[in-house]
Design a binder for this molecule. Structure first.
Ligand SMILES: Cc1ncc(COP(=O)(O)O)c(C=O)c1O
Length: 459
């Protein structure tokens, strides 16, 4: 994903409909400016002594979201792709060169879980998220002589990234029971929890049934944490999607045992969370701030905003893409993404039956993956960026599949693109118009350079 983002940035094109990433639009960050009141180091004779004595003159720095400043809050509180924003890096460059004389560049961070030796096993999903029976099948078929049976379940229960699916209460209960049976820990990563759609309105007139925040909370689907009677759930929340990603602040709720481990781990890692972010959150929830009721009013309004964006994307999809007949879409009940399925079986160069009796159970039978990547390249040529599902897929191991003859390899199932509705209506409309046209060309005029490559690759 980062490579695609860098590629888009390096193209330097001005008019790209970028629907690749779920970056909340800056107009949704609930602040306009930050004011830092600091010692006036030029006016003071001895700034530190005067500051401590409370006699130091002060000056203010302002960071704005909509006005000119050194680093706009639009960028500072957004997701970024590198280790620090260019403005901040430039600000540090002179200092670094003056004092530190660097000779080498340090390598980038690698994908965090892999570097800890964690091995992933994919679980089949449908429109409703992880299928509990598929999860159980994997655990049952596991051959312990080939490695330890999986013992942690990672889930994104609301508006799953990338598929947009939300787990129903019934599935949550089933998954929890399987976790109990096989003694799994559950890592509930739920940054889209507050962006749930199609809910009844929250009664705004105070009634006997509690405060606004209590009523608001009752509308949301119960979390896995709320079903947990054993202390096996670690729940991860984030302010990224509901306030601003650049805050880099989230929180984990867990049993005491995991809490203690996490504190030790933090002590020897990042040491503590981001200070400015913590200051902002504390004020916001404090006596003089929004408090919990105020935050819930913001969240209710925010989730309706995303619901409207989702509906707008679906409307554009129905207008621009649906009529081609080459793609369809699920309606997400939460989050920031739609998962568009492309019907590659209708493509003139679609091939199936590509594997013989000696092939492994995970070897692809079709050329769907190649067609997907060829279509992605065509989208890029036409200035629309959507994420190809192959980059989210986990390589399969025949061991998980056991003797399931009906198994369809994941490489034959990667026929989706992820698109976000986090952007502006203009971006969404442009993106869907271009995606529809690109699909039509791709299916109806397939004699392009990309497809010749794709045919050769599948000979
Ligand atoms: C499922 C999931 N978890 C976590 C994150 C990242 O959240 P944060 O900004 O808090 O690191 C994302 C962001 O896209 C996400 O989709």
């Amino acid at each position: 994903m980062k490579a695609i983002s860098r590629r888009v940035a390096s193209l330097g094109r001005l008019d790209v409909a970028n629907m690749a990433n779920g970056a909340p639009h800056y107009s949704l960050f609930p602040f306009k400016q930050l004011v830092f009141e600091v010692p006036s180091v030029t006016e003071a004779q001895d700034p530190v002594a005067e500051w401590r004595a409370g006699t130091c003159p002060t000056q203010s720095f302002h960071s704005y979201k909509d006005e000119d400043c050194a680093l706009s809050l639009r960028n500072a509180f957004q997701y970024t792709h590198r280790a620090g924003l260019p403005q901040c890096q430039n600000a540090l460059k002179d200092l670094t060169e003056l004092f530190l004389h660097p000779r080498i560049t340090l390598s980038r961070m690698t994908n965090a879980p892999l570097s800890y030796g964690i091995k992933w096993v994919g679980i089949k999903m449908d429109g409703g998220g992880i299928i509990p029976e598929e999860m159980e099948k994997i655990l049952q078929n596991w051959d312990e002589t080939k490695g330890r049976r999986p013992h942690v379940l990672y889930i994104v229960p609301v508006g799953q990234n990338p598929t947009g699916s939300t787990l129903s209460l019934e599935r949550r209960q089933k998954i929890y029971r399987i976790a109990q049976k096989w003694d799994l820990l559950i890592l509930e990563d739920d940054p889209y929890y507050f962006l749930q759609f199609d809910l009844p309105p929250v009664e705004t007139i105070p009634k006997v049934d509690g405060t606004y925040s209590q009523r608001f909370s009752k509308h949301l689907i119960p979390t896995m944490l709320s079903l947990d009677v054993d202390g096996r759930v670690l729940r991860v929340d984030s302010f990224s999607k509901i306030l601003a990603p650049g805050m880099r602040l989230g929180w984990i709720t867990s049993s005491k045992l995991f809490h203690e481990k996490l504190v030790t781990y933090t002590d020897s890692g990042t040491q503590h969370p981001h200070g400015f972010g913590q200051a902002f959150i504390t004020e916001m929830l404090g006596e003089k701030g929004w408090q919990l009721d105020g935050l819930c009013r913001w969240l209710q309004s925010l989730r309706l905003d995303y619901e409207r964006r989702r509906d707008f994307l679906l409307e554009m999809f129905r207008r621009e893409v649906g009529p081609t007949g080459y793609a369809s879409v699920d309606v997400p009940q939460g989050g920031m993404f739609v998962w568009m399925e492309v019907h590659f079986e209708r493509h003139p160069h679609y091939r199936s039956g590509l594997r013989d009796a000696t092939s492994s159970a995970v070897a692809p039978r079709t050329n769907i993956e190649t067609l997907l990547l060829a279509l992605f390249e065509k989208c890029m040529e036409n200035d629309v960026v959507v994420m190809p599902s192959s980059i989210f897929s986990i390589p399969e191991d025949p061991m998980w599949i056991g003797n399931d003859n009906q198994h369809v390899p994941i490489r034959d199932r990667t026929k989706f693109f992820r698109a976000t509705f986090a952007g502006t209506e203009e971006n969404i409309e442009k993106g869907m118009v271009r995606f529809g046209r690109t699909l039509k060309d791709f299916f109806e005029q397939p004699m392009t350079a990309n497809l010749r490559t794709c045919k050769t690759a599948n000979k």
